[in-house]
Structure formats: C-alpha cells, structure tokens
Design a protein around this ligand. Structure first.
Ligand SMILES: Cc1cc2nc3c(=O)[nH]c(=O)nc-3n(C[C@H](O)[C@H](O)[C@H](O)COP(=O)(O)OP(=O)(O)OC[C@H]3O[C@@H](n4cnc5c(N)ncnc54)[C@H](O)[C@@H]3O)c2cc1C
Length: 292
C-alpha cells in the first residue's frame, strides 16, 4: 500500500485557450496558427485516459453553421462534418446510406450520440473502434477538406492513411457519400456486454443487387486492425452470388483471412477475426429482410 498519492500520469495545463471562430476561413486561420479542432469534444476530453496531454489551444467549430449542412447532390449526399451521430441516425436519405444510419444509432450511449460528430469520428487518430468509419468506407465516401491552400477532396482511405501527417490548418468540411440507385447497405457491431460500449469488431456491407444477384459489393471492418479497412477479397466473394447466410459466412471467412487481428484488453486478435463471418451473416440477413 502506498501512503502518498500517485503523481498525475500526464502533465496538466494551467490554462487551455478556447477560440470560437464564426466562419470556416477564420477557423482555418486559427488552426494554422497552432490550434486543434474541437467538435463534440467526446474524444478530446478523454485525453488523460489515454495518457495524452491536452493541447494549449482548441478551436471550437460549433459556431460554423455550414458544417451542419446536408446537401443532396446528383447521385450523392454531402454531410457536414459537425452533424452528430443522432442527426446521422435520423437522416432520412437514400437506402444506400443504411449502414451509416445504423452505425450512428448503435454507437456509444445517448449522451455521446447527441454530441459526437462525423468529423470527430474520422479525425480521432488512434480510435480503432470508431463505428462511423467502416460504414463510410463501405459506402465509398470521400472527404472535402478546407485548408489555407483552398478546398480539396480525398477518398476516405487516402485520408485515413495520412491522418497523422495532415497539413496544419486543414479541416474536414463535409463527407460526400455516393447514393447510387439500387444500392443498399447494413452495419453490425459486437461488444463485450452487448451495449453501446466500444466495438470488439464491427462490419459494414454495401451491395447493388440485380434480380437478387450481387452485382457490386464493398465490405469494410473496424476495430479489427488499428484503422478500419476495406476487405476487397470478401467483397469479391459476394459478387455474382445470391445473398444468403452460407454465402455471407464464406465471405466473412475471406474477410478474416484478409485482416490481422489487433490484440486488446477487451478481446484478443484471433477473436476479432473469428466473429467476422457471423457479423457479415447478420448484415446480410438485415439486407435480405429489408428487401423482402
Ligand atoms: C464513453 C464514450 C463512449 C464512446 N463510444 C463510442 C462508440 O462506441 N463508437 C463510436 O464510434 N464512438 C464512440 N465514442 C465517441 C467518440 O469519441 C466519437 O465518435 C468521435 O470519435 C469523436 O467525435 P467528437 O465530435 O466528439 O470529436 P472531438 O473529440 O471534438 O475530436 C476528435 C478528433 O477529431 C479532430 N476533429 C474534429 N472535427 C474535425 C474536423 N471537422 N476535421 C478534422 N479533424 C477534426 C479533433 O481535432 C480531434 O483530434 C464514445 C465516446 C465516449 C466519451
């Protein structure tokens, strides 16, 4: 037994500055000057749990109305980065977006879902368990970025691969999700207690069917590796097939072969892989149910 209090594990700051710009261009300026974007703050506020120090300056995005906008475009929807999980769950858009709505609705807990944002879910480096990210990968999403150099677009895969080294001052403004006619999608997650806690593994499936046969498919998994990823061989195993439980399980086994399971306190790596066939089967059942 120790008689003195343990020293704090992370250095605390005497003051943290908060800036609240009213426009995107002002926000970009504040970020370029060294601030860190603050959206819902549900990841940032837990920095100490991760043994990370808080930053000196945060740039709150909450006054920038255009970051909350939803723009329906030709064959796609552009979702503002500041939309919350609750707002995404409630968005009544194309059936192609089913995986995103389910991921948003089933992630975390009510208080978190009302605050945590789309941009924050993508921007949280080191958050293997993020639920929105695999859904967005399966839907073929891209991110629209603003920076001191202007606007640019990147596929979500490219953005995730370079997240740690993005240029200073850059912000995700919108996430553009294709909504092709005939596409539908589903999301499944597994947790230790079966509630809103972090996923041990999660999986999203997007398909385009013609006469009941899969013409195009995308499968993405999260929480299995350090960063969510697509599983192209699993998707290929579905193309040309009629969707049913056996086909889905087979494709889920292919997904498990494509991935490397991440070791963690909640689950060992092998377990995250072992549950993928069941998750793909459940996602498939959901799509079959919705189609009938
Ligand atoms: C108890 C608890 C349980 C949770 N469980 C889950 C869960 O099961 N599943 C799940 O998905 N989430 C869960 N979360 C929420 C998780 O923190 C959020 O989903 C999300 O990752 C953070 O969103 P935020 O808006 O709060 O981001 P913030 O904390 O504000 O920011 C997160 C990171 O993203 C950056 N960022 C924010 N916005 C942008 C932007 N527009 N452009 C670029 N970078 C940006 C920030 O600088 C920061 O680095 C949980 C949170 C808590 C506290």
């Amino acid at each position: 037994m120790t008689t003195t209090a343990d020293p704090p594990r992370v250095q605390t700051r005497a003051t943290i500055e908060l800036r609240r710009p009213a426009s995107l261009s002002e926000a970009v300026g504040e970020l370029q000057a060294g601030g860190t974007a603050l959206a819902g703050g549900t990841w940032i506020m837990r920095a100490a749990h991760r043994d990370e120090a808080f930053d000196a300056v945060y740039v709150a995005l909450d006054r920038i109305a255009e970051l909350r906008a939803v723009q329906e475009r030709d064959g796609a929807v552009a979702l503002g980065a500041l939309l919350t999980h609750d707002e995404l769950a409630a968005y009544d858009g194309s059936p192609a977006l089913g995986a995103l709505a389910t991921a948003a609705a089933r992630s975390a807990f009510p208080a978190i879902r009302s605050t945590a944002t789309l941009g924050g879910n993508i921007g949280a480096v080191g958050f293997a368990e993020a639920d929105l990210v695999p859904a967005l990968l399966a839907l073929g999403a891209s991110v629209e970025l603003v920076s001191p150099q202007g606007e640019s677009t990147a596929s979500l895969e490219t953005y995730l691969a370079s997240r740690g080294q993005r240029p200073a001052g850059e912000l995700i403004a919108r996430v553009v999700v294709p909504t092709p006619a005939g596409a539908s999608s589903a999301f499944e997650r597994l947790t230790v207690l079966g509630g809103g806690e972090y996923s041990v593994a999660n999986l999203a499936l997007s398909v385009t069917l013609q006469d009941g046969v899969v013409r195009a498919a995308r499968v993405a998994v999260g929480s299995v590796e350090e960063v969510a990823r697509l599983c192209p061989a699993a998707a290929e195993a579905l193309v040309g097939e009629r969707l049913d439980a056996a086909v889905a399980e087979r494709a889920g086994k292919v997904a498990a072969q494509e991935c490397t399971g991440r070791e963690g306190l909640d689950a060992p790596g092998w377990y995250r892989l072992a549950v993928l066939p069941a998750l793909l089967r459940r996602a498939t059942s959901r799509l079959i149910e919705e189609a009938s």
